[in-house]
Design a protein around this ligand. Structure first.
Ligand code: MF3
Ligand code: CO
Ligand code: CO
Length: 269
């Protein structure tokens, strides 16, 4: 039998040849460069539509393709989720205020490979609670990534994230998850950001997926607004999210969407 070419696990998870990771490096770097470039545009007085227009221009300038424009009827190059918006915020005429925090999520396609990443931005100065939420959410993603190595399970990733977040008296959103990625945008498995250690599929070298925990200051419940996209916290509490596209390597993990400028976390700006 051909060793790993085109293999799919019994859970439906594609195993890529590590030689194919180069495609993910290029796509992941493109997404990260766009997220770096948008940073100076997140200022009080702008609109989320203006930020998205900048992102769409960057996508064109770089000669890559937006994965979100036209995806299930979505029309924008980014999702911009402000304050109590959990994810899938639609860019529009909303004016950004001093102290607003927002997640900007960009997915691009380069040579058929999908690079998906999101991070938090602060317009002006955030208050201490918001800063703490951003820190805990960033560190929750990193704690999840640290659990990625062959032999661990997807449950180990979720368990690490949930334990860390709840230990900081915040909550993990259950209604949205990470996903397999690679030559498709959303593939098996669902990557839960909560769970039991040792549960779920076993991680194998060659798996490619996102980890993208959403963390709320209040309760975890969400609802989707009548636009059918915008997800908000039911209790109106503040929410944050960070996302990387990663692969399982022979001895651990490779992150494809690292910030070339080293500004993934907003207070390093
Ligand atoms: N990038 C998002 C994710 O992390 C998906 C956005 S789909 C859209 O999976 F249509 F809302 F843009
Ligand atoms: Co994603
Ligand atoms: Co995303």
């Amino acid at each position: 039998m051909e060793e790993s070419r085109g293999r799919v696990t019994r859970e439906g998870i594609r195993i890529y040849d590590p030689q194919e990771f180069e495609g993910m490096r290029v796509a992941g770097r493109a997404a990260a460069e766009i997220l770096d470039a948008v940073t100076p545009h997140v200022v009080p007085g702008t609109t989320t539509a203006a930020i998205d227009a900048f992102i769409e221009d960057e996508v064109k300038r770089m000669g890559v393709t937006s994965a979100t424009i036209g995806y299930k009827g979505y029309r924008h190059a980014s999702c911009i989720s402000i304050n109590h918006v959990v994810c899938h915020g639609i860019p529009g005429p909303k004016v950004v205020k001093d102290g607003d925090i927002m997640n900007i999520d960009v997915t691009v396609i380069v040579d058929g490979w999908f690079g998906d990443s999101s991070r938090m931005y602060v317009a002006g100065t955030a208050n201490r609670k918001a800063e703490r939420l951003i820190d805990v959410t960033h560190d929750a993603l990193m704690v999840g990534i640290e659990a990625v190595k062959p032999g661990n399970t997807f449950g180990d990733i979720g368990h690490a994230i949930q334990t860390f977040v709840e230990g900081n008296r915040m909550s993990v959103v259950r209604d949205f998850c990470g996903h397999g990625i690679g030559r498709v945008f959303h593939a098996p498995p669902n990557v839960l950001h909560y769970g039991r250690a040792g549960s779920g599929a076993v991680l194998e070298e060659g798996m490619i997926f996102t980890i993208e925990p959403m963390v709320n200051l209040g309760r975890p419940e969400t609802k989707v607004l009548s636009d059918d996209w915008t997800a908000v916290t039911r209790d109106k509490s503040l929410s944050a999210q960070f996302e990387h596209s990663v692969a399982v390597t022979a001895d651990g993990v490779e992150i494809f969407t690292l910030s070339p400028k080293g500004i993934f976390h907003p207070s390093k700006r």
